[in-house]
Write a protein that binds this ligand. Structure first.
Ligand code: ATP
Ligand code: MG
Ligand code: MG
Ligand code: MG
Length: 481
């Protein structure tokens, strides 16, 4: 690696420190804010200051904030750039400097410190923001072909349903300048990566959706550390940076496969493990224990996905009983080794983290193994009754659903096992059960509307029964993806 992830982080913080910013520590993943489930951005700890509810302690600050975005879970391992857990580097102005300084400094950092070639950089701005256009064009000198005006969805940043917000401007890196300017689409993952977002935070979005001007003009920015590492380390995706790859290598060695030689679906699986393991360790460190509701459900969902995918990869201890099966703590050790600069308090919590992971994994493995026995029974029954009644052996939709919903069996796994024994699946019956489930959980959604955006889904009260379903199917979909 030409530059380490740690050095990229330090470079960012020092750059802004030498421009008057106070370096502050990352806040917890559990925000001090009832409207948000988990810390999704660097600005969250400063929200009361932006809103004028708390006085600023310094005019401007810089942080490397650990974040979790559950809404990106389906993207993990599929896109080259999304994680559930990542670090967001940020510089913040609390009514101090504004648009011009923010843009000029972001450019200086990017081109002088990180030394990215200016001709590789593209800019997005909010379509009505002529001021941003003129700073980028006239002051920085970016040609207009590489400044794209975008709509509200892309370039008006809000931290939640309500709260501080404003137009934003993003910097993208171009991996394929050879493809020219015509028809360039910044959303094209195969060509561009967004790495730095500058938010010109001047409004507060109210309950009724209207915008009111904040008392002062603020700056809130976010640069994805893993994305910058991916660019500077010249690797094909964020996962192969030094921030995550050691975890993947550990998983590969436990599975006795080689990442370099692995097929795409195995690589995707390893990436998901690399991603989720970081989220899990930092969640537990910040006091989130696996459970069936809210944040605890996020942790549970991620841990169980790792267990499931690990088993698919063939990581399963040595077959000498459940005790041997806890591999998640092994992976966590690698995450903890990498933790010094991300959060210096992780190492001191090692035992607690490993214990919690072991407990959760073993509990889940028991459920999975009960499910395997049940599946075996269902298949034998299907064969028996087809012999007795004639007709083709078929697994009842209700049973497929039970395995899926209660025992965490992706349909694909059930199908495979059934096919091996010449049994088909009643998918119509399964779909009906799924639809019922979906309707019930929708009712639960509308009952609990505490959280922002996609997190509503995770904050709902999950039934008291072991609930392993949804995530498992998506895990397998990702696997196949
Ligand atoms: P994308 O469009 O790629 O999903 P975003 O526009 O949702 O990113 P922002 O909300 O603007 O992201 O966050 C600021 C920065 O944080 C991004 O420019 C990116 O560098 C980083 N970032 C955002 N989401 C993720 C993620 N899921 N994994 C890794 N880095 C991320
Ligand atoms: Mg996004
Ligand atoms: Mg974006
Ligand atoms: Mg963005």
């Amino acid at each position: 690696y030409p530059i380490s992830g740690d050095d990229i982080r330090t470079c960012f913080l020092n750059f802004y420190a030498s421009r008057g910013h106070k370096i502050l520590p990352s806040a917890s993943l559990v925000p001090d804010d009832p409207t948000v489930l988990l810390t999704i951005a660097g600005m969250l700890q400063f929200k009361p200051i932006f809103l004028g509810k708390e006085p600023r302690s310094v005019p401007c600050a810089t942080t490397s904030q650990r974040c979790i975005r559950t809404n990106d879970i389906e993207n993990v391992g599929r896109t080259t750039r999304h994680h559930t857990f990542f670090e967001m580097l940020g510089n913040f102005s609390f009514g101090d400097y504004f648009k011009k300084e923010a843009i000029l400094w972001s450019w200086e950092l990017t081109t002088k410190e990180y030394k990215l070639p200016p001709e590789r950089l593209w800019i997005s701005i909010f379509d009505k923001d002529d001021e941003a256009f003129s700073i980028w064009h006239d002051d920085v000198g970016v040609p207009k072909e590489r400044i794209k005006r975008m709509g509200e969805d892309d370039n008006f940043w809000t931290s939640g349903v309500t709260g501080p917000c404003g137009p934003c401007s993003e910097i993208y890196y171009d991996f394929h300048p050879d493809r020219g300017h015509a028809n360039a689409d910044l959303g094209d993952d195969s060509r561009f990566i967004e790495f730095y977002n500058l938010v010109f935070m001047q409004y507060n979005k109210k309950e009724d959706g209207s915008l009111e001007l904040l008392k002062q003009k603020n700056i809130d920015t976010g640069m994805g550390l893993e994305r910058m590492a991916r660019i500077l380390q010249q690797v094909p995706n964020n996962y192969e940076t030094d921030l995550i790859f050691p975890i993947i290598q550990k998983a590969a060695s436990l599975a006795k496969v080689s990442y370099a030689k692995a097929d795409d679906s195995t690589k995707t699986n390893l990436k998901v493990i690399g991603d989720h393991m970081r989220a899990i360790v930092y969640l537990i460190k910040d006091g989130v224990l696996p459970s069936n509701i809210g944040r605890g459900y996020v942790a549970r969902r991620l841990i169980r996905r790792v267990v499931r995918i690990g088993r698919l990869l063939g990581i399963k201890g040595n077959g000498e009983g459940i005790q041997e099966c806890a591999f998640v703590p092994e992976l966590a050790k690698t995450v903890i080794e990498l933790s010094d600069q991300i959060d210096p308090d992780v190492k001191g919590r090692t035992n607690h983290i490993l214990e919690e992971l072991k407990r959760e994994e073993l509990r889940f493995v028991q459920t999975l193994e009960r499910g395997e026995k049940l599946l075996d029974q269902f298949l034998s029954n299907a064969l028996l009754s087809s012999r007795a009644n004639g007709g083709k052996p078929c697994l009842d939709g209700k049973d497929v659903f039970l395995l899926y919903d209660t025992y965490g069996f992706p349909v694909e796994i059930t199908t495979e096992a059934a096919e091996e024994r010449g049994v088909s699946l009643d998918m119509n019956g399964f779909d009906i059960e799924m639809e019922n489930q979906r309707r019930q959980s929708q009712a639960a959604h509308s009952a609990v509307k505490l959280m922002v955006g996609n997190e509503v889904e995770l904050a709902q009260c999950v039934p008291d029964t072991e609930f392993l379903g949804y995530d498992m199917l998506s895990a397998y979909a990702t696997v196949k993806g």
